[in-house]
Design a protein around this ligand. Structure first.
Ligand SMILES: Cc1ncc(COP(=O)(O)O)c(C=O)c1O
Length: 476
């Protein structure tokens, strides 16, 4: 007889029991990695707004912003109410051959909020599925006659086999198979794109590129495309009839100070835009690709092709997920999230700049926009590069070893000593990310800045010694 844990049993599991189950049934190495940090050794009781409450009574300020998911903070009351209403009324989740009023209304709302004729939407679950939906649409738009797709060298577009093969960043260090015809250009380099487009010609001299995929603001590196680059790309794509896809999966819904990053530039229009993360209000796993009307129609608007557009056949446009997204984007508009992000930036940007100037030996630079900033902690003593050479396996070969060690030590100190939760990225120069939910006020941003300044005042050698000592102790 199988001995199953009930939901009540599950909620009573201790952190040691959870680690044990992870080691046995999920991933042993994840336990070793995550227990390097305080948060890997605790469990969360509940979370509200920007606050996480741990089982042992700590109140943690969540400055990760849920890695893009939590513009609304944790458990936003309007999101909870929308979901409760949906459940109480016993609404239907699966709309396969009945039409869904939620899908209809959500598509309508997106068309209202996005510029130009970006009108036609599809709703899968994850960002990677939205990216692959956009790529499929571009390929179909050209009737399978073009075979090349371009993406940027530092891009992050997801981890499925297709989206993974379009991801250029360091996260993609193992060569899984992917889609064919993929070429990569240096981010924000229009000449680089032009060169690849010129090279990708058929024998008859026709353009072979069906799509160009780009993050106008790269949330994993904190780099951004210049206006000149984006407008040049638009011009090139229009001239060559290439489908231009903007990946705004992370940066949508106000995070960088405009509704979508590209919308800060009047009249700039991609052919397809992807979104996810805060689109689900922090509760619903939903994504979307939204295409310009004529592009969508040419690709799929016929009876034979009407069902080709999906990237998942079972879970798309689910009832409660779409209902939640309707509420999520209404909140973004009602509470003016772009303005909230700009208000956060007004405090966060000068504060980080002040701290950078006080610690030029540790912080090489700070980049970001709105409520999304990256701090490059890539100074520090060169002797650490020698330490890396003595470290085992892959660690020794990582050119960012020093940066990652310092960044992890700072993240650990922020959490342990100041009850602040942050993260770093595995792309670009691995910045520490300060990305508060947009429900944060000035007081929370000041709290983060004070804590960050105090951590750096501790001095690198003390921070590093303690971090390494804790890591070694946790291994024994
Ligand atoms: C810009 C961007 N594109 C795509 C993705 C992939 O989304 P998902 O992890 O939901 O597949 C992410 C995830 O972080 C992202 O930031």
């Amino acid at each position: 007889m199988a001995e199953l844990l009930s939901l009540d049993d599950t909620e009573r599991l201790s952190v040691a029991e959870v680690h044990k189950l992870y080691r046995k049934f999920v991933n042993r190495s994840q336990v070793s990695l995550m227990t390097s940090f305080g948060f890997g050794k605790e469990l969360v009781e509940r979370a509200e707004g920007p606050w996480i409450h741990t089982r042992d009574g700590r109140r943690i300020l969540d400055f990760t912003g849920g890695v893009g998911v939590l513009n609304h903070g944790h458990n936003h009351p309007r999101i909870l109410a929308a979901r409760q209403k949906f459940a109480e009324r016993h609404r239907m989740e699966v709309h396969k051959t009945y039409f869904s009023p939620y899908v209809a209304a959500l598509s309508h709302n997106l068309a209202q909020l996005l510029p130009g004729d970006l009108d036609m939407s599809f709703f899968p679950n994850s960002g990677a599925e939205a990216v692959e939906g956009a790529v499929k649409l571009a390929y179909k738009y050209h009737g399978g006659k073009r075979n090349t797709i371009l993406h940027a060298d530092i891009s992050f577009h997801g981890k499925l086999l297709g989206s993974g093969s379009l991801t250029g960043g360091a996260q993609n260090h193992f060569a899984f198979p992917g889609i064919s015809g993929v070429r990569s250009f240096p981010y924000d380099d229009l000449d680089g794109v032009r060169r690849l487009v010129a090279e990708a010609r058929t024998e008859r001299g026709d353009c072979d590129v069906y799509a160009i995929l780009i993050e106008p603001f790269s949330a994993s590196t904190m780099r951004r495309c210049s206006e000149e680059f984006l407008r040049g790309l638009r011009e090139l794509c229009t001239a060559e009839d290439i489908v231009l896809i903007f990946d705004e999966i992370y940066t949508g819904w106000g995070k960088t100070g405009s509704l979508f990053y590209f919308m800060r530039y009047e009249g700039l229009l991609p052919d397809v835009v992807t979104t996810s993360k805060s689109f689900g209000g922090g509760k619903s796993s939903i994504s979307a690709y939204i295409a310009r009307n004529p592009v969508f129609r040419k690709a799929y608007d016929s009876l034979t092709d009407a069902l080709l557009q999906s990237t998942s056949t079972t879970y798309y446009g689910f009832g409660e997920e779409t209902a939640t997204a309707i509420e999520a984007i209404n909140i973004v508009v009602d509470d003016d999230y772009p303005m909230r992000a700009r208000a956060i930036e007004k405090v966060l940007a000068p504060g980080l700049e002040r701290i950078r100037k006080e610690h030029p030996d540790v912080i090489s630079d700070v980049q970001g926009a709105g409520a999304l900033y990256g701090i490059h902690l890539d100074g520090g003593p060169k002797v650490l590069d020698l330490v890396a050479k003595l470290a085992p396996g892959g660690i020794a070969r990582d050119p960012l070893f020093r940066t990652k060690l310092i960044t992890c030590a700072v993240i650990n100190a922020l959490y342990r000593d100041h009850d602040i939760y942050t993260y770093y990225t595995l792309n670009g120069r691995s910045p520490l990310v300060a990305a508060p939910p947009l429900v944060c006020g000035t007081a929370e941003v000041e709290q983060f800045l004070d804590a960050f300044a105090q951590v750096l005042e501790t001095g690198l050698s003390r921070l590093l010694t303690r971090f390494v000592k804790e890591k070694v102790t946790s291994l024994w």
